[in-house]
Design a protein around this ligand. Structure first.
Ligand code: CTP
Ligand code: MG
Length: 231
């Protein structure tokens, strides 16, 4: 299974002086944790890192340290996540029928989750890992007044990996460019094109490291895992 890792952001909400994926938790960078999980997932056979050229030197040094056994390619990032994934799709080997896309910032996803998504995408055109939301979610207008409260039973928090039929996702991205759709995940493009996206049970610990608080939570989760596995 082919895996694309969007890693071309700047990490504005983290407020660091560099791409947040180069920050460390438990003495490894976020991108290193993500790559190690992909390496450990038996279903993944090829990894494309989508990143800005100014980060390549740092990423290459990290890769040299990790000594992964799987082939890794660098793909130029775009101005938005959507553009980055678009570039990634164009760079896939011609025989790629399905692809998993996993945010570099979700550095706590387990190899089991990658494998579960890789197995499921062989049987449906699109899927995402997701978990039921715990909070009550409000729809709020510009004035700061609540407009509605959607029923929680229907609300799921989207995660990655997200998996797709490559040909269909390429068509959805092309439609997105033509229509000027701006989306924050690939499932949204699939939905806008009227295609079905299935839910695969995600992981509560699979957070997207976005703010400095998330770094502290990631540190806690990883140290608990080390205690359990004795790593
Ligand atoms: N991403 C990307 N290309 C972009 C923007 C984001 O590949 N132009 C990637 C990020 O590197 C990250 C993932 O998409 O792995 C999810 O994005 P997010 O968590 O929003 O990361 P950033 O965009 O870096 O953070 P921020 O929005 O706070 O600037
Ligand atoms: Mg962003």
């Amino acid at each position: 299974m082919y895996l694309l890792i969007p890693a071309a952001g700047s990490g504005k909400r983290m407020g660091a002086d560099r791409n947040k994926l180069l920050l460390k938790v438990r003495s490894k960078t976020l991108i290193a944790w993500t790559l190690l999980a992909a390496e450990a997932a038996s279903a993944i056979s090829w990894i494309g890192i989508i990143s800005q050229s100014h980060d390549w030197e740092d990423f290459k040094a990290i890769l040299a340290d990790l000594k992964l056994t799987k082939p890794v390619e660098f793909i130029p990032g775009g101005a938005t996540r959507q553009e980055s994934v678009y570039n990634g799709l164009q760079a896939l080997p011609g025989n790629a029928e399905q692809v998993l896309i996993h945010d570099g910032a979700r550095c706590l996803a387990t190899p089991d989750l990658f494998n579960a998504c890789a197995a499921a995408i062989l049987h449906c055109p699109g899927l995402i890992a997701a978990i039921p939301v715990k909070d009550t979610i409000k729809v709020v207008g510009e004035s700061g007044i609540i407009q509605s409260t959607p029923s929680r039973e229907q609300l799921w928090a989207a995660q990655t990996p997200q998996g797709f039929d490559v040909k269909l996702l390429k068509e959805c991205h092309a439609d997105g460019v033509r229509q000027g759709w701006e989306v924050t995940d690939d499932a949204a493009l699939f939905e806008k094109c009227g295609l079905e996206v299935r839910i695969v049970p995600g992981e509560e610990t699979n957070l997207k490291v976005t703010t400095p608080q998330d770094l502290a939570i990631a540190e806690f989760i990883l140290s608990n895992r080390e205690q359990v596995t004795g790593d």
